[in-house]
Design a binder for this molecule. Structure first.
Ligand SMILES: Nc1nc2c(c(=O)[nH]1)N[C@H]1C(S)=C(S)[C@@H](COP(=O)(O)OP(=O)(O)OC[C@H]3O[C@@H](n4cnc5c(N)ncnc54)[C@H](O)[C@@H]3O)O[C@H]1N2
Ligand code: MOO
Length: 411
């Protein structure tokens, strides 16, 4: 699948390219509410009922008629004719000179148009004396004040989290229509890689990218097929990619992305598809590539762990989000002051692993780059919580300048 768009060279062009390239799933599945967290809503939802469902008391106290409080209203004595707890329906209509004892959330009785807090009342047998003014707050939550029946409550493309679950639960939804999770095939390449507990001979290392990428992509909403480690054998690699392309929505690889004699990925993609872009003007992550194998999109991440993590955060996650139909593309990016100054070549995006810290002088959150250890540093990755983005157009960044910051491990 070759597109006519210009070939992306910068990270932001690559992000835009991917958003234009990927089409969200047209299909949907019905998901029980209890399992829906992390899924993306497939259709707009409207409210089947008002919220609150009925006029109810916002405070524990006494439901009364405002007219009885007229003329200053302090020290007014009313007769208690009923008690209404949350969950009960008030049977009595409150008449002149009458009050109902009521709890927070209980349905307002007919006739009453305000609640006097019990802190402003004194019980005197079956009477209550009220110390309040008719200008005080009414303390009633009106039906439909929060959400009106038929209101659009959640748009297709919304990611379902606890904030959406509480609303859906309150409206009585038991299930929702969501897009299926994108099926992502994940592989590592390199003859040097082994999975623990296999013993290592000199020259070999354990595959650490794959477990990290798997967690990052699952958190982003992907269903992962682990294709394991593929050695530096071009035929085996091509067979693996073609096999995965048939029943996955996306392939993500790490390693073998650059131009060394054992780097076969870009060639494999060119044989069975199209390499849309390769090599971005960014550090780390320069050899990142993107294209398709038999029409299945593939993101080729570099082997260096920091480059793999950064590439997954800036391009892998958005790819999964696009496939799942997630609406907001710039999800998660923050604008924060950076803790120290930097100089870098104009035109190139620099991604610095860092942490969020509090600026002691201002008490504000700022982004603090970790000491430079190179893009193979697992120590750095284990300490980092954010990626600090120094944009291509910035040659000099001073301490306090506001930069783009992306939480590294977020969903
Ligand atoms: N002559 C050049 N050499 C390199 C260039 C270059 O432009 N010219 N670019 C460097 C940069 S930048 C990067 S990033 C790496 C990326 O190369 P590859 O994607 O081909 O990655 P590999 O060579 O396969 O591996 C690089 C490094 O990472 C280790 N690795 C690979 N996979 C894993 C894994 N799953 N878990 C843990 N570690 C992994 C691998 O052993 C290597 O040490 O190329 C530079 N070279
Ligand atoms: O750019 Mo490589 O991607 O430095 O590690």
């Amino acid at each position: 699948m070759k597109t006519e768009s210009p070939i992306p060279k910068t990270l932001s062009e690559a992000i835009d390219f991917i958003a234009g390239y990927i089409e969200a799933f047209p299909s949907s599945v019905e998901m029980p509410l209890a399992d829906a967290t992390g899924h993306v809503l497939a259709q707009d939802l409207t409210a089947p009922a008002n919220l609150p469902r009925f006029d109810n008391a916002a405070m524990d106290g006494f439901a009364v008629r405002s007219a009885d409080l007229a003329g200053g209203g302090t020290g007014v004595q009313l007769r208690i004719v009923s008690t209404i707890a949350a969950g009960q329906t008030g049977q009595h209509e409150i008449g002149p000179g009458e009050a109902a004892r009521i709890t927070t959330g209980a349905m307002m009785p007919k006739g009453a148009d305000r609640v006097v807090m019990q802190e402003n009342a004194r019980l005197e047998g079956n009477q209550v004396r009220l110390f309040t003014a008719s200008t005080d707050k009414a303390h009633i939550r009106r039906a439909g004040d929060d959400i009106a029946q038929s209101d659009l409550i959640l748009e297709a493309g919304t990611i379902i989290g606890p904030g959406q679950i509480i609303l859906l639960a309150a409206l009585g939804f038991q299930s929702v229509s969501v897009t299926p999770k994108p099926k992502v095939a994940l592989l590592s390449t390199g003859d040097e890689l082994r999975d623990a507990p296999a013993p290592l001979i000199p020259g070999q290392i354990y595959d650490s990218n794959r477990p990290m990428l798997s967690m990052m992509l699952k958190a982003a909403g992907a269903e992962i097929s682990d294709l394991g480690i593929i050695g530096d054998d071009p035929d085996h690699l091509l067979r693996t990619l073609v096999g995965a392309a048939g029943d996955h929505d996306l392939i993500i690889s790490s390693g073998g992305a650059s131009a060394g004699f054992a780097d076969h990925l870009t060639r494999a993609v060119s044989q069975r598809g199209h390499l849309e872009f390769w090599k971005l003007d960014m550090r780390p992550g320069k050899p990142i590539g993107f294209g398709d194998v038999d029409h299945c999109p593939i993101l080729i991440l570099p082997g260096n762990p920091l480059a793999a993590a950064a590439g997954c955060a800036v391009l892998g996650r958005p790819l999964v989000h696009c496939l799942a139909g997630r609406k907001t593309r710039q999800d998660g990016w923050l604008r924060l002051p950076v803790s120290r100054s930097f100089s870098k070549p104009l035109g190139r995006t620099h991604i610095l692993p860092g942490r969020l810290v509090t600026d002691p002088s201002k008490g504000m959150t700022i982004a603090d780059p970790l000491p430079e250890r190179g893009s193979a540093s697992l120590h750095t990755l284990s300490q980092a919580t954010v990626l600090i983005m120094l944009a291509g157009h910035q040659a000099n960044v001073d301490a306090g300048d506001v930069v783009d910051v992306l939480p590294l491990w977020q969903a």
